[in-house]
Design a protein around this ligand. Structure first.
Ligand code: XUL
Length: 510
């Protein structure tokens, strides 16, 4: 047996996935939902809405408690002493702020206090801004101005200054609360924070997640002194270093050995963001496949040769944890919007939703359901209808078609035709949704046999980096084989969807 563990700290849950690289099998999976498993904490969705000017934060102590619950559940399913290496996938852009004493808190191996009890006293900021936060328009403008305009920021960091990105978030807080900023000794991303917790010491940020900060020089794969200076005072000292995604950070900390029975020789590999991690977990870390992940946010991403950036400023270039770079398009109104439509239409289950979609005619009417302020395209909450009028009976189909068409339109800049689509995330299991994506993109849709691609990506990176003896290409072949049942596109719909995409572009005037 050669077991490795992948952890995914996402917006709504902590997932732990154990695979056996010798036998090529999944051994165990455990999850803790930040909302449902911790009702007393009163964050039913796992994050805190309704902050000032579009602030959306989360409680990092709840994340830590979620990790412990997922590990407790995992320990009932498999012997954690057999795990040889572990790595982390984390929701991107979210940041954790630590002050005096944080190194000792990370290293504290005592089991009489939990992780959240150890970390609570050393947080210099009680809550963590997350990717849903849109409060930093002003800071984005200031950063862009200091760096010579948005095009210059995009060329340097791979993205224009973007409200949810960590640099603008840091700037806003450093301006709001300079005293607490001064007391802050370390800023971590979600992925590097959890890798640090696991290792009991500061762990670097990888080039995949580091690129989601507007702070890293995308070509050099290291912090850009100019971007740091444009963001906040003293930032260089407060950030961990940047390292490639294949770096082994050290061994697991004494806490995890004593509390969960891990072996002291278990290796911790640097973490990465959930999208770069899914790129690996979907078997798409080399160019050729396009991945669409239908989760809280919907994202489209693909490994790319060289570096390409979106001059419209909506798409992003990130580091690929396996080397090179990846493109990313992120839509905020993903599963929460689909859920709102399902409730509004009165379909009690997703099966009924799927039946309604299948019963409506394709490529006629479409609507972009924006329950919240959207980032791609940048629009206030509301509905953008295009094509024929939408009725209550056609709304479910129209909404999914609208989402798919918007992703197609906003990923044109990537420049490579989609010949194979890999679909992941909760909604990808819905046959009606998968069929719409096949038809809209005009490409066959494959789904992965393992549903937790971000956690799987973390496990595969942990395996390769810690020397399991297999190369990533072999690991992908073994673990990322698509589930049986390809969903073929209907070529007769091609023209109708071309027209609908043109109508959407017109409605958005892009
Ligand atoms: C990507 C993004 C989201 C988060 C949460 O830029 O903001 O996909 O990573 O999943």
């Amino acid at each position: 047996m050669a077991l490795v563990l992948g952890l995914d700290l996402s917006t709504q849950s902590a997932t732990a996935l154990v695979i056996d690289t010798q036998r090529g099998t999944t051994i165990a999976r455990a999850r803790a939902g930040f909302g449902p498993d911790f009702p007393d904490r009163q964050h039913p969705e796992g994050f805190i809405r309704g902050g000032l000017q579009g602030e959306v934060h989360a409680d990092p102590l709840l994340w830590l408690d979620g990790l412990e619950l997922a590990l407790q559940r995992l320990a009932k399913l498999t012997d954690l002493a057999l795990i040889e290496s572990v790595s982390v996938s984390g929701q991107q852009h979210g940041s954790v702020y630590l002050g005096a004493g944080y190194r000792a808190a990370l290293a504290d191996g005592q089991v009489n206090t939990t992780l959240s009890q150890k970390i609570s006293p050393v947080l210099s900021r009680r809550t963590s801004p997350i990717w849903m936060d849109s409060s930093t328009e002003v800071e984005c403008r200031e950063i862009a101005q200091a760096l010579g305009g948005q095009q210059a920021v995009c060329d340097l960091t791979g993205s224009v200054a973007t409200p949810r990105f960590t640099g603008p978030q840091i700037r806003r807080w450093a301006k709001q609360d300079p005293a607490s900023w001064q007391r802050t000794e370390r800023v971590h991303l979600v992925s590097s924070f959890f890798a640090s917790v696991l290792a009991g010491a500061d762990v670097a940020i990888d080039t995949g997640d580091g690129a989601g900060m507007n702070l890293m020089d995308i070509r050099r794969g290291d912090w850009s002194p100019a971007a740091l200076a444009a963001t906040a005072p003293d930032l260089a000292r407060k950030l961990p270093p940047v390292r490639p995604g294949s770096t082994v950070a050290g061994n697991i900390s004494a806490y995890f050995v004593a509390r969960y029975g891990f072996s002291p020789s278990c290796k911790v590999v640097v973490g990465t963001g959930d999208n770069p991690s899914s790129l690996v977990g979907m078997g798409a870390s080399r160019p050729g496949k396009v991945v669409i992940s239908l989760g809280t946010s919907d994202t489209l991403f693909a490994a790319i040769e060289g570096i390409r950036t979106d001059s419209a400023g909506l798409g992003h270039a990130f580091g690929n944890p396996m080397g090179g770079s990846m493109s990313l398009v992120c839509v905020r109104n993903g599963s929460l919007a689909r859920e709102a439509i399902r409730r509004e239409c009165g379909y009690a289950t997703w099966e009924l939703f799927a039946q309604a979609v299948q019963a409506s005619p394709a490529a006629q009417a479409a609507v972009l359901p924006l329950e919240e302020t959207e980032i791609t395209p940048r629009r206030a909450a509301g509905r953008i209808a295009f094509g024929k009028p939408v009725t209550k009976d056609t709304l479910a189909r129209a909404a999914v078609e609208g989402q798919a068409l918007s992703l197609r339109l906003h990923s044109r800049w990537v420049g490579t035709p989609t010949t194979q689509l890999l679909l992941t995330g909760g909604a990808s299991e819905n046959p009606a949704v998968a069929k719409i994506f096949a038809d809209v993109f005009g490409a066959p849709v494959y789904r992965l046999a393992v549903s937790d691609s971000a956690a799987l990506g973390a496990a595969l990176r942990a395996a390769e980096a810690a020397g399991c003896g297999l190369k990533m290409a072999d690991l992908e072949r073994i673990f990322c084989a698509p589930a049986p049942g390809v969903v073929e596109p209907d070529p007769s719909l091609r023209q109708a969807y071309d027209h609908l995409e043109a109508s959407l572009a017109k409605a958005l005037a892009v």
